[in-house]
Design a binder for this molecule. Structure first.
Ligand SMILES: [Zn+2]
Length: 273
């Protein structure tokens, strides 16, 4: 007597293959959306900072009519759809999403924010309005590394005068994207130098802020690390050089990315080395 082919074995084999495929697909989906998730996390931080900053500034200018005169009268119809007409301040603030906050700063630029923020901030917030639209309509493909890093870098710059904790948090998220970028480039065997482009902000994607040769936005370049302890928690002193006046000075590793020259840019005094 011949036994029929035991179907469970075949089914089992098929199930294993399917599972394998599913795991691979899942893994692929996870890596594919990582940048998107980092940017999402960035927008969450940004929203909190901007909503309270915008509220605070509008309250100073419009007093108790801040919502009616500063928000409702100013936003375009499609932007204020679904917004409450009044309520307590906390609830009103919580209805300001990132797109509305960015728009409000832009719309109140002349009468209010232009005197508090620098012109660059307006450029950055307009860039972020764009990023936010792309982010909201992201398909199943992940955001490119460069775009994600740039979005987070721009958020960091925008919130710097508003909230130091949030600035630090955003910088950390941006650094995670930065590390991922270096890893994935290495994995693909692409030399980092080949990726550099004319966009000088992009060059920094491939260098850690403490790496010799890293240049921050203020043209301060890392020369080398020393063994001396810095004056911040767990920090070492790094020697930086200002590319404007060639002054050398010491700085904590954690401060490098935002350091200004103590000699020609009014930055804090350098640490001894
Ligand atoms: Zn200098």
């Amino acid at each position: 007597m011949r036994w029929p082919k035991p179907w469970p074995r075949t089914a089992g084999a098929t199930a294993r293959v399917e599972n394998g495929n599913r795991t691979r697909t899942l893994r692929k989906m996870l890596t594919m959306t990582t940048n998107y998730l980092h940017v999402t996390q960035g927008f969450e931080v940004l929203t909190k900072v901007l909503a309270s900053y915008v509220t605070q500034e509008l309250q100073v200018t419009y007093g108790e009519h801040w919502w009616e005169q500063g928000v409702i009268d100013v936003l375009y119809d499609n932007q204020k759809r679904d917004l409450p007409t009044d309520g307590n301040d906390e609830i009103l603030t919580s209805t300001l999403d990132v797109a509305r906050c960015l728009r409000l700063i832009d719309l109140h630029w002349r009468d209010l924010f232009g005197s508090k923020l620098k012109r660059e901030h307006r450029t950055w917030l307009n860039e972020l309005i764009d990023t936010r639209n792309k982010w909201a309509h992201q398909g199943s493909l992940d955001m490119p590394n460069d775009d994600a890093w740039r979005a987070l870098d721009t958020m960091t710059r925008l919130v710097e005068p508003m909230d130091s904790q949030a600035t630090k948090k955003l910088r950390e998220i941006a650094d995670e994207v930065c590390e991922m970028t270096s890893e994935s480039l290495e994995a693909r065997g692409i030399e980092k130098t080949r990726i550099s482009s004319s966009r000088n902000r992009r060059k920094r994607v491939n260098k850690k802020t403490t790496e010799a040769g890293y240049k921050n936005r203020n043209n301060q370049t890392v020369i080398r690390k020393t063994d001396l302890p810095g004056n911040d928690h767990n920090q070492r002193v790094y020697i930086l050089q200002c590319e404007e006046c060639f002054h050398n000075y010491g700085a904590n590793g954690s401060d490098i990315w935002l350091r200004k020259c103590p000699n020609c840019q009014g930055g804090a005094d350098g640490l001894p080395y």
